[in-house]
Design a protein around this ligand. Structure first.
Ligand code: C5P
Length: 232
């Protein structure tokens, strides 16, 4: 898969999601389904969106003992999603088990990417709550390397980290990057933001865009603007 724009469908219900997606008549955007929508509507929401022709990044961030993650990934794989994720903090053994679970009998599988440190975790919280005393940038790169060692396809990271991740883990290791805002748009609660054009320049493989598209007066126009800046 080449560079693409993934819309974060952070809606609380099936109805709100379908109302939003029905704006798109000509294109079938890649969509991200997170915990809120998945827990509210269950796996049927994934099947329904897939049946409408969208690619799906199922953002459930698994983190448990390897055997449990392996079995859960097998279930997600049968939903025919395109990208799944987990926490790299679950260890290399957990990531390897996840890959095993995700691989279908015919050898195909969704892409699997890792969350390194959440952007809500800063240096202080990492040191005081988690007792991890290394600089956070080093921790993020170490977790990315662990994900690569386990055979994963990439990481979720800030676009600002994308080129470093590629340097450390290889240019084919995917960087999926939220924190995207238009140059003239609202930043909202995101702190370190980048435009789609800048994310392309730095080397992101996929940008994840939520409110700049979902809350736009014209979501299709906002989506097309992202595609024009990032993909074309
Ligand atoms: O609305 P907005 O563009 O900020 O949405 C970004 C999406 O990416 C949300 O679903 C958010 O949870 C997710 N995300 C993020 N930062 C991370 C990881 C995920 O914003 N580090």
């Amino acid at each position: 898969m080449g560079r693409d724009v993934i819309i974060a469908c952070d809606f609380a219900s099936r109805q709100a999601t379908m109302d939003f997606l029905s704006n798109f008549k000509e294109e079938k955007p890649f969509v991200k389904i997170g915990m809120e929508l998945f827990y509210a509507e269950g796996p049927d929401i994934v099947r329904e969106i897939k049946a409408r022709g969208h690619k799906i990044f199922l953002d459930l961030k698994l983190h448990d003992i390897p055997n449990t993650v392996k079995k859960a990934m097998a279930v997600l794989s049968s939903l025919d999603v395109d990208i799944c994720n987990l926490h790299a903090g679950g260890t290399i053994a957990m990531m390897e088990a996840a890959l095993e679970g995700l691989t279908r009998p015919d050898g195909t599988r969704p892409l699997l990417i890792a969350v390194t440190q959440l952007t809500s975790t800063d240096q202080t919280r990492m040191e005081e709550d988690l007792w991890i005393r290394e600089p956070i940038d080093k921790v993020v790169m170490h977790y990315a390397e662990n994900a690569a060692k386990a055979g994963l396809d990439g990481v979720v990271c800030s676009p600002l980290e994308a080129s470093k991740v590629h340097d450390v883990c290889g240019k084919n290791f995917l960087t999926v990057t939220p924190g995207i805002r238009f140059a003239d748009g609202d930043v909202g609660d995101q702190v370190r933001v980048t435009t789609p054009a800048k994310a392309k320049e730095i080397g992101s493989d996929y940008i994840v865009v939520g409110r700049p598209i979902t809350a736009a007066a014209d979501p299709v126009a906002a989506y097309r603007r992202c595609v024009a800046e990032f993909v074309d």
